[in-house]
Design a protein around this ligand. Structure first.
Ligand SMILES: [Zn+2]
Length: 92
């Protein structure tokens, strides 16, 4: 068991809602809920960044990073649940 086991979809949603109020240090734009969840997955919680900013920060191409994130979310119910919550939230 690792620390991630205590994370629930509900706790992730609360975290990313707080993170999404911040401006990306990379481009000064507000961070979206999707970007907040991506940053959360990569442990970049304190200074959330947009996807391009996160890729730049990690030194990965956007394609590689996107594939890694899809795998990560697939394996974790809490993240997949939060991702699905974002999609339904965006539709409202
Ligand atoms: Zn940015």
């Amino acid at each position: 068991m690792n620390a991630d086991d205590r994370i629930t979809t509900e706790s992730l949603v609360r975290e990313i809602q707080a993170m999404a109020d911040e401006l990306c240090p990379h481009c000064d734009q507000p961070v979206s809920l999707e970007d907040a969840l991506r940053c959360r997955a990569f442990g970049s919680k304190r200074r959330p960044k947009c996807f391009a900013g996160l890729a730049d920060f990690l030194g990965e191409s956007a394609d590689v990073l996107d594939a890694q994130l899809q795998d990560y979310f697939e394996q974790r119910d809490c993240y997949r649940g939060a991702w699905e919550w974002i999609q339904s939230h965006n539709d409202e």
